[in-house]
Design a protein around this ligand. Structure first.
Ligand SMILES: [Zn+2]
Ligand SMILES: [Zn+2]
Length: 157
């Protein structure tokens, strides 16, 4: 039977992700409130943080903790988040215009605008891809990650 990881509270107030001792962040010298706390899965033996539920110390793989409350913020790394966005963009770029048109109550584009965009279909598509790539790279840059996504990457599987 696979062992269960233990949960350890960390400060979750970017850029601080320091481990808490008795609820206190020694780096920031304060006791963060619940919204600024994130629980990390740890190896109970080595007392270190797991990578994809695997202990970098003893190499054991652990079962995810079932008692995790559903409201717990997921512990995504920035890289995982950017990959998630890229995966979504790979599908989304193919139907952006259709979706944006369907939800035009949420944007400022008119029927006329859509007619224009459709007339210049290839240009429109290149702009959509450029915007998606730019946006995802921007999110990375704000987290100090040089993600380097290119428009051509959206067409790869
Ligand atoms: Zn802190
Ligand atoms: Zn271990």
């Amino acid at each position: 039977m696979m062992k269960k990881a233990k949960l350890v509270a960390h400060h979750d107030d970017p850029p601080c992700t320091a481990r808490l001792t008795y609820g206190r962040c020694n780096r920031c010298n304060l006791i963060p409130d619940m919204q600024s706390i994130c629980l990390y899965a740890y190896c109970p033996k080595c007392d270190c943080s797991l990578t994809k539920m695997r202990c970098p110390g003893c190499k054991q793989t652990f079962k995810s903790h079932e008692t995790l409350p559903p409201t717990l913020p997921p512990t995504f790394t920035v890289g995982e988040m950017l990959n998630l966005l890229t995966d979504a963009a790979k599908i989304f770029h193919k139907e952006t215009l259709v979706l944006v048109k369907r939800n035009r109550h949420m944007n400022d584009l008119s029927e006329k605008d859509f007619a224009r965009l459709k007339r210049r279909k290839k240009l429109t598509q290149r702009l959509i891809e450029a915007l998606l790539v730019q946006f995802i790279n921007e999110i990375g840059a704000r987290q100090n990650v040089d993600y380097g996504l290119y428009a051509k990457d959206l067409k790869e599987n």
